[in-house]
Design a protein around this ligand. Structure first.
Ligand SMILES: O=C(O)CCC(=O)C(=O)O
Ligand SMILES: [Fe+2]
Length: 271
């Protein structure tokens, strides 16, 4: 788990693809940290799909298609299409099963501002659990609605913000102020839930939990979308900025890592 002061692993695009040792470094960093940056990637639109194909990880198709083009667009249906700040969130909280992996591939970044931030959600949840377990309890119990829609597509789901596995390990933080709907005013847990949500929101927005950097053209930020939140500072649209997002299932990263380490060959059951 990581916090402010730590840095994401950065690996060169060609270094990852050249041999198994490069791929191993890539899958290992993703598994351990839930985030890393691949630098020096081709910047032709769609190149991220070629990279995903080369590492053997399938891309998830959503209502928007396989690639989500992010640039200033007054017709856009999400705050990402403006030059405004986008606070920490994970994408597609409005799906019952949001994709567990996301790539943010920067093709052009000639605008001033717009630095990127990532937050280790599991680290934040550990801290909150230590200081206020009742907050984690209510966030794990109460379902809230999430919705994202455009002129042509709409998806809604109701879900808890915090999920754990049967051994108590955090497996999913769902956090999106863009997509979350209010709790009904007569909900029995209204006060306790909003108290907990404000504590969680304050921790997510605390710079002590944030790692920030600038995504340059050719940088691809990989995140585990069930663990790591991403954010963008506001920018001045004084030059072009174009990002392509694609989504995948992080289990395929885990499986590829196990193949490369030999664990998949030797064991019937992966830990
Ligand atoms: O513009 C950015 O840097 C990120 C926007 C965002 O949240 C996304 O593309 O998912
Ligand atoms: Fe996003």
């Amino acid at each position: 788990m990581w916090r402010s002061g730590d840095e994401l692993v950065r690996l060169g695009h060609d270094e990852v693809l050249v041999d198994d040792a490069g791929r191993l470094r890539f899958f290992d960093a993703f598994q351990r940290d839930g985030a890393l940056v691949v630098t020096g990637s081709p910047t032709a639109p769609g190149s991220v799909l070629t990279f995903m194909d080369a590492i053997g990880v399938a891309v998830r198709e959503l209502a928007i298609g396989k690639i989500f083009d992010v640039r200033v667009d007054p017709a856009g249906f999400n705050v990402a299409y403006t030059a405004e700040e986008v606070p920490p969130h994970n994408d597609f909280a409005n799906y019952t099963d949001p994709p567990s992996g996301q790539v943010l591939a920067m093709l052009v970044n000639e605008a001033h501002g717009g630095r990127s931030t990532v937050v280790d959600g599991w680290s934040v949840l550990h801290d909150l659990d230590r200081h206020d377990p009742s907050a984690i309890d209510v966030l794990s119990r109460v379902q809230v609605g999430f919705r994202q829609y455009s002129a042509t597509a709409d998806a809604f789901s109701r879900a808890v913000l915090v999920e754990r596995d049967p051994e108590g390990r955090f497996t999913h933080l769902r956090f999106s102020n863009q997509l979350m709907q209010p709790l009904p005013f007569d909900h029995p847990d209204l006060a306790a839930w909003y108290r907990a949500y404000r504590l969680l929101g304050a921790a997510v927005c605390d710079s002590a939990n944030q790692v920030s950097f600038r995504l340059q053209a050719g940088d691809m930020l990989f995140v585990n979308n069930h663990r790591v939140l991403h954010a963008r500072e506001a920018f001045t649209p004084d030059g072009p900025r174009h990002l392509q997002d694609v989504y995948f299932d992080a289990d395929e990263m885990t499986g590829n890592l196990a193949r490369l380490t030999g664990e998949a060959k030797n064991a019937m059951v992966l830990s």
